[in-house]
Design a protein around this ligand. Sequence first.
Ligand code: NZQ
Ligand code: ZN
Length: 390
Amino acid sequence: MLGNFTYHNPTRLHFGKESLDYLKEELKNYGKKVLLTYGGGSIKKNGIYDNVVAILKEAGKEIIELSGVPANPTVEKLYEGAALARENEVDLILAVGGGSVIDYSKGVSVSAYCKEDAWTKYYLQQQEPDKDLKIIPVGCVLTMVGTGSEMNGGSVITNHSQKLKIGKVFGSNVMPKFTILNPTYTFSVPQYQMVAGFFDIMSHIMEQYFSNTDDNTTDYIAEGLMRSLINSSLVAVKNPQDYEARSNIMWTATWALNTLLKMGKSGDWEVHMIGQAIGAVTNATHGMTLACVSIPYYKYIMKDGLDKFVRFAKNVWNVKEDNKSKEDIAKEGLCCLENWMKEIGAVLHSKELGLTMENIDDVVKGSFILNGGYRTLTPEEIKQILIESM
Ligand code: NZQ
Ligand code: ZN
């Protein structure tokens, strides 16, 4: 395993159909004022809002509401939330929603009392919060599965005027203090969003799996998670109400990006960099931006990490060795990945998301180049992959 590391994850998880019952217990740990953050209103339609508000009231909390957090939360909304949290001196931010609401809430938690411009400091310059900064604790009720935001320090914010979508991975002091994971809450997620979430999970695992060449325990865990996801996703797309499938996927999503799989690994993350750049320009759904670039990207770098792609084919997709060349086995693995993507309904062409030859250069410009994977791309290579993805 690579390097030295410390493993610590402070987020307490409450899982299952009755897991919201634990919210009352958790609330005892915080003061009276709760900033309740949520998105465009899905939680009002499916009843989660009423249940959460009832528990907050029963616990004697004063609720300050912050609704309308958009999918792919924006910097303008971040400033609004930071001001509201500061003016009301809130004791807890309770995020009820998907990755966008949770990412946003973490952003607000470190921006409320920040003396500098939060976008510039945390996202553009990737600085850490000051040592003495007051960070508002965040708790979550997850309603949409995919990002892993419920148990990590990630916070992705979009600045449309700068055509940038940037993620900052904060430390354990910003990670959610607790998360309620009730798989039945995900039943009302529209099919397109559900599938985008499934691919996001797969991508998180692959981004970490396709790096390094050692015999790392983490890779065996990753293979198990991918097999479970593939299995359950095929059930869930046919029957979204299948509790076993949806609960497996919820649990897999959390472990896919809660820092476990990055232990002893460098991680690649180039698919996310390109996907986020597409998102910044088109505002497309995160998981689908990853889906459309993944096959062209992996085909492009396959030869640079050939042994790992062979292992992926054999251990994740059961491709048989027979007398095939390594390259043929690796290609067959990617073919299986593509077939699974088609079967679940992932978007395979970026032009469907709004990528055009007119905006492609903005996407190339917004794609940060990382060097943890099997090949460090040039901007020209990113453009080529984007053209392939159309
Ligand atoms: O806004 P509402 O009305 O709630 O509707 C949402 C939203 O339109 C809807 N939804 C959520 N739960 C629902 C539901 N609809 C019906 N029933 C429910 N139970 O789903 C839509 C999408 O929600 P969103 O939170 O945007 O999706 P997701 O969880 O995929 O989050 C995407 C954001 O997370 C970032 C992405 O870049 C993107 O901005 N990411 C965060 C990461 C992290 N923290 O580590 C890593 C990821 O790679 C990702 O970048
Ligand atoms: Zn993602």
